[in-house]
Design a binder for this molecule. Sequence first.
Ligand code: C2G
Length: 752
Amino acid sequence: MDISIIVPYHGEDIYVRDCLDSLCEQTYDKFEVIFVASEVDIPNEIIESYKDKLDIKAYHTDASHVSAVRNEGLTYATGEYVVFLDCDDYLDESYISRLHSLCVSEDLDFAFGYIEHTWYKRSIFMDKTAETVSDEEESDEEESEETDENFQFDFEINDSDSDEVIRQKKLAGAGKVLIYNRKSIQRITALGVMFNKSFIEKNDITFPENLKYYSDWAFICKAVDVAEKCDGDKQAKYIKRIHNNPIHFPSLVQEIGKDDFELRDKAYAEVKSVVRDNTCDARVKFDVKLINYLVSEAAPAVRKNEDKTWRKKRLPVMSNMCKEFSGKTLREIKFYKRRVIKAIAAGDIKKICKLTGRKNLINWGVRILLGPDRLKIMKEFNYKHRYLKQPMLDNVVLLESFFGKSYSDSPKYIFEKLNELYPGKYEYVWILDKKTKLPYPAKQIKRFSFAYYKYLARAKYIVFNSRQPKFFVKRKGNIFLETWHGTPLKKLVFDMEEVVSASPMYKKTFYIQSRSWDYLVAANGFSEEVFKRAFVYDKPMLKFGYPRNDILHADDREIIAMDIKKRVGIPKDKKVILYAPTWRDDEYYEQGKYKFDLKLDLRQMQERLSDEYVVILRTHYFIADNLDVTGLEGFVYNLSKYDDIAELYLISDILITDYSSVFFDYANLKRPMLFFTYDLDKYRDVLRGFYIDMEKELPGPLVFTTDEIIETIENIDSVSAKYAAVYDEFYERFCGWEDGHASENCIKTVFK
Ligand code: C2G
């Protein structure tokens, strides 16, 4: 057998088929797959389904650490060469062929390829429309000077270079690619390399089995240290999948978390025991990576944490590490790092604090003075270092709807009810992009203004209907009421498999952000259940209906409606059709700015319905397109910029929508609804996935053309009668908690 591919498996069912499929499609097929299931049963069904296509041998082991599992895999391997492949990753189709031909033609100890990181499953990755991860996006990594994980294997070969010189250059290059240029020490790995098995055996290179994490460090450092011949090929791509759901399915690195000093220390001990000479190339390169970690993460942690762990327990260990670095290693690093290492070696806490504190300030200063978003960074600096340190404003309520785009939704109703119930008790700050006339006194500030950062840091109460920004720090005493903005139809966060439209960090970011919420509004039992699961939310939920729907149950809603109709200039004698579609994940100009292609033929509607009806057009707040309604004046009213859609519900007689949560709210009025779902298959199956079966559970017909819409409206009474029973059921399920007092009830719980 030419090659053995060792695939450890630990129950990663959602990934493993991508991995094995990528093996089936290799352009070189003289390999066996050693599939080692650790602590879980061999997934026989999966293995069987690949038996025709792959020479796959499955083993079970009780070993739990991947180090021991890989070692065991090595004992089963019959190939001349071996490759490690994690079963949540996959390979480019030419990976095996490229590395193998390199190994054979040059009789190498090992050949290495390029590791490309992705958030996506194979089909999306191969589609190439999905972006791969940029360094900025994966912001969890330690700061490192060598931020670019380049495949810097380019070295000059001069005509005069002897074979020996070239060999030496390649060896040094391997150390650079496999150790030095990794973005962080965490990324040093045995993946992406094809090893000559006899080279491994002869040199007794193994994964230290006492380690659960970072066992690759010792393996790869020793391999680089003892190798005599190696080479690399950038086109041989190993695709490393970053898990987009680190909460439920963390990768090993994600499992570790950030506070892993002891794990690193233990793994470093193994490196030292297999590469003893601290002046050899592999060790120097590794030690430089370790220094990056010590200087950019561990030393600042000593400054920031005055507790025993960092200062009493870890600092002496760090000090010992620093005392052992060779002069050669220290000459590789810059002056500042050398000073910090010296301070750590001396256990000098004062010096460590001074050096890292100053560096921190310089970093901020450089970013503020020279960075592309200077002003933003300055504001964030103020947020972190000034406002968060100032006292909390105990009577301030900060409110925001739809990212400051409007005075609307549940925060509006909470605000008005608070003023009614407790006049003068609180001071209000509204985040609003455009100045708006408010019924009660409130300060209006723009999103991302200096004041915004100030109140975000200092307001005791926060009432938002969407997520807060990522930099938000939850302060002791802060009370965060998240109202959310709709009963979910489209799948949310952890119920989504792939996140293509939002940042791949979405799930993790959402998880972190939602930890700051103290209360979450669930308008019905259905939302409660979905939020619990999809947001992984186990804090109190407010189960009184939606504050934003109180107006729909108001006793004087007819009077309010007449007033609104007059205000927007709609004739009293005309019935109103409200068209309120949602946005499409795949139709956008840039982030947050979406296109909308109007499929409704308004002229046709005008011809046939204008005697009785007018139409209100209302696009979603993400839509940047301003729909042109010239020539349709008096029939079409474009109220896309109107603040509060609940007021538009009140004045309309029929709703046309699609996949928007507006229909859950509109149902409170028990008025007819039509669902203009011309792109149902794509929206449901490709873009999002739904929680309910639109074809069966909706309280109105699905329509696909303007003709159908007109006909339905012309026969609206009989259509409504047909849907009466489904409507009642729908109402019970989604509007059953609403009684017009949600705002008051939420306030009584939150503001006590
Ligand atoms: N909305 C609006 N006008 C529209 C569409 C929506 O004013 N044409 C408002 C409604 O209040 C609606 C809310 O924006 O309830 C959310 O809009 P959706 O279309 O449901 O879409 P999305 O913003 O993706 O939120 O759990 C809810 C989901 O997160 C959906």
